[in-house]
Design a protein around this ligand. Sequence first.
Ligand SMILES: C[S@@+](CC[C@H](N)C(=O)[O-])C[C@H]1O[C@@H](n2cnc3c(N)ncnc32)[C@H](O)[C@@H]1O
Length: 252
Amino acid sequence: MSIDPYRRLGRGYDRHRRPDPRIHQAIARAVGDAATVANVGAGPGAYELAATVLAVEPSPTMIAQRPAGAAPVVRARAEAIPLRDGAVDTALAVLTVHHWTDPAAGLAELVRVSRRQVILTWDPEVFARELWLVADYLPQIAAAERPLACLTTITDELARHDRRVDVRAVPVPADCRDGFLGAFWRRPHSYLDPTVRAGASGLASLSPEVAGPALQRLADDLATGRWHASHRHLLDLDELDLGYRLVLATAR
Ligand SMILES: C[S@@+](CC[C@H](N)C(=O)[O-])C[C@H]1O[C@@H](n2cnc3c(N)ncnc32)[C@H](O)[C@@H]1O
């Protein structure tokens, strides 16, 4: 396991990706009264729950950012989880499946090691339509994300394992504390901040040739009031459905 894609993108990740309490609550509600949880693709542990008995994470950069007192972590991939069959009540995977080399193998592992699976992912169609940054300025983000394993790949794969699947929307609060790509939908100036962009892999991985002109257009639209004129309807909303989804799976 020598390649660590988070060696560059993951530095300072814990500063950008602070857990949002409302999203944390939605995850906690989905996990329910599970006594034992394995957090797979755990990163620094932003949404770790008290019942977490093991965090599974391949990146040493991410592991190094786990705070003292976080759940015990093993350096491993979702595709080969070092747990016996049915070892935990729930396997949790938060915004990670799209990073896995072999999502089908990783999802099979979640099903093998746990009775229930809870996965936070997104619906790319809703995302590309509802997040103005993508729809109006950077459709390249949607194009780059199209091949990624997200909602339908995950639900189809879990159905193949004979799971009963329930999908819940997770709206993004207007003042979301987390720094993922959709978090700043009502704070458009934030996307002009390089620190904010560095925390959202969908933006951070764009080339300067693509990101530069689009962000300049956003800066101009903000300066002239054009952005506010065309997005006025967003300014009174406290939360917005950008397509983030919790997938809950159990045996049929
Ligand atoms: C966007 S981060 C999410 C981290 C954490 N779940 C959170 O919400 O803050 C994606 C994580 O998936 C991890 N990852 C990448 N490939 C993986 C794999 N094959 N198996 C498990 N985790 C993987 C990355 O190292 C990274 O920590």
